[in-house]
Ligand binder design. Structure first.
Ligand code: 5GP
Ligand code: MG
Length: 192
């Protein structure tokens, strides 16, 4: 669906827009990565901000709302620990997401960051899935690419933990699902 070159070029543009629109001259914004899917995007966005001599602090949250290829409709903070360790009081927060689908994750997460005292929370997502308006619970302020409603993998995005390790982004087809499912079946057989 998207090549590495397309992704990297768009990330450089996003970094430049964020610097212009979200930060004051002397500010160190807090960049927050939603693990695990957004990790490659987060890393490359940080590098692009470095190129623009923009300083920042880093934080990570770990949330999940997907099982297999569909949204469960609920969000969980995966390890049950405190959502975020850094104090957010008066901070400008840039929340970096891999993909906004129904918006369930962000509808849950953004108010929590505000409740912890953030002065502002700007959501920057690499991908936004085109869904009918009434199905979107949250829309990000900054989006890399608006994409059709397919289940996609690669560049951090997984199907049952597979395919995170590619630099391009793909639509997951039947062959991809079967290859991954076979791998797990084999693993199960070996363990039993
Ligand atoms: P939402 O809460 O907006 O429905 O879904 C957001 C989260 O679900 C994303 O951060 C991502 O982890 C996962 N997700 C949504 N759509 C896809 C997809 O097409 N592929 C993959 N691998 N994950 C997705
Ligand atoms: Mg995510």
């Amino acid at each position: 669906m998207l090549t590495s070159a397309q992704i990297q070029a768009r990330i450089r543009q996003l970094a430049s827009v964020l610097k212009q629109e979200c930060f004051t001259e002397s500010e160190r914004p807090l960049l927050v990565c939603t693990l695990k899917g957004a990790a490659p995007f987060f890393h490359d966005l940080c590098l692009a901000l470095q190129q623009l001599s923009q300083s920042y602090d880093l934080e990570f949250v770990r949330v999940s709302s997907y099982h297999g290829t569909s949204s469960t409709g609920t969000v969980s903070s995966s390890d049950g620990s405190e959502l975020i360790a850094t104090p957010l009081h008066n901070r400008t927060v840039i929340l970096c997401e891999d993909i906004v689908d129904t918006g369930t994750t962000l509808e849950w997460l953004v108010p929590q960051l505000h409740a912890k005292g953030a002065a502002s929370v700007h959501v920057c997502t690499l991908l936004d899935k085109r869904l009918p308006e009434e199905k979107k619970k949250y829309t990000a302020a900054y989006t890399g690419f608006s994409i059709p409603n397919h289940f996609i993998v690669g560049y951090g995005l997984d199907y049952n933990e597979w395919y995170r390790d590619t630099s391009d982004i793909f639509v997951l087809g039947k062959t991809g699902i079967i290859a991954c499912d076979r791998h797990y079946e084999k693993l199960k057989e070996e363990l039993s």
